[in-house]
Design a protein around this ligand. Structure first.
Ligand code: ATP
Length: 139
């Protein structure tokens, strides 16, 4: 099984980290908030309270050794982009980053993210498909 780092343990990041763990992967969760980190301390293989905007921190956490890194920082656009740039410059190939808008996603792609996710939009598509398939089954 793989090893993954999830940076930002908000609703989205926490869900990604928990699900990867449930699928049998070894997950490191990183967040500046002690509360967010504590909430997942029992569940994830490793957790750390740290500011991912600090390049030394990213290096000392050994980000380059993971099979993939997920940038799940939301509101703070600058931190989200900066962390993605730093991970990419460290040579990490498998970077999944959460985008707020299409333009934000394009920027993330340019600075080295290999996969962009739009949680609200992607969930909207899933829900619509699920409703649609229920409708078809109902006939
Ligand atoms: P969600 O919808 O997933 O709950 P959100 O879009 O509201 O998240 P935020 O709450 O802004 O996004 O960010 C998600 C998490 O990222 C938060 O728990 C926040 O503490 C964490 N975070 C923000 N900046 C950093 C950083 N520089 N280093 C580590 N974690 C960070």
């Amino acid at each position: 099984m793989g090893t993954y780092a999830v940076i930002g343990l908000g609703r989205f990041g926490a869900s990604v980290a928990r699900t990867l763990t449930a699928l049998g992967h070894e997950v490191l969760g990183v967040d500046t908030s002690p509360k967010k980190v504590q909430a997942l301390a029992e569940m994830l293989a490793h957790v750390v309270i740290a500011d991912a905007e600090d390049e030394e921190t990213l290096r000392s956490l050994g980000m380059g050794n993971f099979d993939g890194v997920v940038v799940a920082i939301g509101q703070d656009l600058e931190a989200n982009i900066l962390v993605t740039v730093m991970l990419s410059e460290m040579g990490i190939k498998n970077i999944t980053a959460k985008a707020q808008t299409e333009l934000h996603g394009q920027v993330l792609e340019k600075v080295g993210a290999s996969k962009i996710v739009y949680p609200e939009e992607d969930m909207g598509v899933k829900v619509a498909k699920s409703i649609s398939s229920e409708t078809i089954l109902d006939f």
